[in-house]
Design a protein around this ligand. Structure first.
Ligand code: NDP
Length: 397
């Protein structure tokens, strides 16, 4: 049915490649490209399908991307490199007539700032070119937006309160490690918190607001309010929302390490002089931390991510909770990667599948909640991320 080019050969890229290869009726021609070709070749070897092509590409260079797109001629690019490359890849897509999907919004390298404005600014150009760009198609953002769209479509006349709750109840048996790219992860968590209430954004100190939340099959876990990019698009696309917040669990050990890392300056993202060389402390830290891709083997436990929603249906208040629990060990058995990479890579594949099947195809730049959630929800159940619903229960929030 279609030709797909995956960019990025990290944890998420590996899972997305496995899932794309499993759905060969939809993805008939596959290429994996990344900065280090050897990593792409290793993925192909692990999958065991020699028909998958690989290539080296520096995705910071529009010129290199254009040359690659013109030689492989993909219909859609799944961008699971880093958020820094979003705009160069979108630019190359426009130059070559290729559709686009990613899992994280663009971030400039020199300032940790999360907003969609840079990518939304491409809307008219994609529209004029007749190309579709699907933004934020991992789990959160991604499935969190699809869950919300599904709730709005089937269960609510108006959504008023939205809480996205993200629990990783896994144990990788390391003193400190991040579950995806450490640089991107630490930039996100050390930011001020922010949530939406009554038409405005309220800023908090980093991890200042927290409370225990009970997760299915896990129990109560301390959960911290963070800003997360889907809050921006969801409050725009569902204007009845009065309050939207994002919560993530962290263990005490993790938070202690994080505080020390910050206090000693290792979370800095500006360049410093070291022995006549310029280095960025956070990038140096990444080089000495465990590689998130190597966590899978000893990872126990599961993730539990969902949306807790309160609103009105037929004049009556109701609550709705929709979630997925994903086992790190099951993810590892299937793809060699842990649950956080799995919960991101599977939805990225499903988004590209939606596009190739013609179900999510409209010229312009869109967030996932702007498409029909039903076929995506159906695929989540088939592709390893089954979801569960609870109605009219106490949401705790
Ligand atoms: P990794 O660091 O494991 O992988 C990133 C990959 O991108 C690496 O293979 C890296 O190459 C490659 N890469 C980096 N820079 C370039 C470049 N300039 N040109 C070509 N390739 C490049 O990250 P993850 O797999 O953990 O995460 C991938 C993406 O998924 C990130 O954007 C992250 O923010 C997002 N994510 C989204 C989530 C969601 O739920 N929406 C959750 C988790 C992650 P090399 O191997 O050579 O370094």
């Amino acid at each position: 049915m279609g030709k797909v080019l995956l960019i990025g050969a990290g944890g998420v890229g590996t899972v997305a490649a496995f899932k794309v290869a499993q759905n060969s009726d939809v993805f008939t021609d596959i290429m994996i490209a990344s900065r280090t070709k050897a990593k792409c070749d290793a993925i192909v070897k692990a999958i065991g399908n020699p028909n998958i092509k690989t290539a080296a590409v520096d995705a910071d260079s529009v010129e290199e991307l254009v040359a690659l797109f013109n030689s492989f001629k993909p219909e859609i690019v799944i961008n699971v490199a880093l958020p820094y490359q979003d705009l160069t890849i979108m630019e190359a897509c426009l130059q070559c007539g290729v559709n686009y999907l990613d899992t994280a919004n663009y971030e400039p390298k020199d300032v940790a700032h999360f907003e969609y404005s840079w990518q939304w600014a491409y809307h008219e150009r994609f529209k004029e070119a007749g190309l579709t760009a699907i933004l934020g198609c991992g789990f959160d953002p991604g499935v969190s937006g699809v869950y919300t769209a599904y709730a709005a479509k089937h269960y609510f006349d108006e959504i008023h309160y939205l809480d996205i709750v993200d629990c990783n109840a896994g144990n990788h048996h390391k003193a400190f490690a991040t579950n995806f790219n450490p640089e991107i992860n630490i930039r996100e968590i050390t930011q001020n918190g922010r949530y939406y209430e009554n038409g405005r954004w309220i800023e908090t100190g980093p991890l200042e607001i927290h409370q225990p939340i009970t997760y299915p099959n896990v129990g109560p876990r301390e959960s911290y309010l963070l800003f997360h990019e889907e809050l921006e698009s969801l409050t725009k696309n569902f204007p009845t929302i009065k309050r939207a917040r994002f919560w993530m669990t962290f263990g005490q050990e993790y938070l202690t390490h994080l505080r020390v890392i910050q206090n000693i300056g290792m979370a800095r993202i500006d360049e410093i002089d070291y022995n006549g060389m310029k280095i960025v402390p956070l990038q140096f830290l990444k080089a000495v931390l465990p590689n998130p891709q190597d966590l899978g083997e000893n990872y126990e436990g599961e993730t539990s991510i969902g949306c807790r929603i309160r609103g009105i249906k037929d004049g009556k208040e109701r609550t709705y909770y929709v979630y997925n629990n994903c086992s790190h060990q099951e993810a590892y058995k299937e793809t060699g990667m842990q649950g956080v990479s799995y919960t991101t890579g599977v939805p990225a594949m499903i988004g590209a599948m939606m596009f190739l099947k013609g179900l999510w195809r409209k010229p312009g730049v869109w967030n996932v909640e702007q498409f029909d959630p039903d076929p995506f929800m159906e695929q989540l159940n088939k592709q390893g991320l089954p979801w569960h619903e609870e109605f009219d229960k106490d949401l705790e929030l």
